[in-house]
Design a binder for this molecule. Sequence first.
Ligand code: ARG
Length: 410
Amino acid sequence: TQAMASTTVLTADRMVDVDKGKIIEKAAIIVENNVIKAVGTERSISIPEGATVIALGDYTLMPGLMDMHVHLTSDASDHGYKALAVSLPRAAITGVAQAEKTVMAGFTTVRNVGAPGFADVALRDAINDGDIVGPRMFVAGPALGVSGGHCDNNLLPYEYDAYSEGVADGPWEVRKAVRRNIKYGATVIKFCATGGVLSKGTKVGAQQYSFEEMQALIEEAHLRGLTVATHAHGTSGIKDAIRAGVDSVEHVSLLDDEAIELAVKHGTYFSMDIYVTEFILNEGAKAGILEESLAKERIVGQRQRENFKKAVEAGVNMVFGSDAGVYPHGDNPKQFARMVKFGMTPMQAIQAATINPATLLKQQESLGSIAPGKLADIIAVPGNPMDDMSLMENVGLVMKDGQIVKSLAM
Ligand code: ARG
């Protein structure tokens, strides 16, 4: 018997061509096995014999969404001291549930930027082995940071001698930590350049790694072919990370004009989580977020939204990053409407969650747009999100790697 290719044809009233930045009306896509074979219109395409046709009507087809900042092994109800009671195995099991919610919301790829115990590696492997349903995962393992910094755990007093696994001080320790993370399965490196909102006792604007440490860390990761993401709210930390060659800066709250110029010059990506502030301020206290963190958020959230607009206007490379895990997984798409409210066109917001992250991750040959030869990661959104970005919150159909993960009947 001859092995038959399975062919699916998707048609819809609209498709977002993120490469050209335009809408194709009455679009048709031919998918063979897990690869996009052809893209055109209902008129221009001839339906191969034996193909399964999914005619969607008033829907908008677009590439599978990509979130560059999630923590799938974290649950939004366990903040502050509540998090101390969550064991590593429990966090991994949380990840199973959160991975499914994430892909059902239309995110076929995520970058997991920090997980204790390499639980993210286990989750990725379980998804790739077909044991559980979830997005493609690029994983960091434990995020690297200085002793007492944002990526350390500062909740317990001295006598507990408690440090996070990602703590590394000095150029050679950070190089060794990068090598350790790669050894255990990391495909990206995440480090904390400055203080943060949700960490106890850190100053959100203060730089933590020195330029020398950042240079060593980033050089080591690049030697091994990995990209690097840095958590940075404070201005000097943002700028030193960009000068040291970081691939993406996360949060980027307290920017100045020079930081924007540097990002444009270096081609650095900004991943600005402008939705999460609403969750932190409205629901954070009952989830266990400390009062000192709420106080920091009140300062940072507003500044970040103003600076998001400036970065967009200056033409910085922008990627969608949500920090889901701090807020509930599956709510990731709520950020789209805010991205438009704070300065992007709808097309820019969709590009920030598709072709831009694919390029950041150096996966643009296989991911990020609906084009012949790319992997069939495709979603359908009801109606026209170009007129109303909140429609991104109701993704109807999800195809990942040619498989229908969510169908309209569900
Ligand atoms: N994980 C980040 C931190 O603790 C969350 C910051 C959220 N706030 C914001 N406005 N983006 O620093």
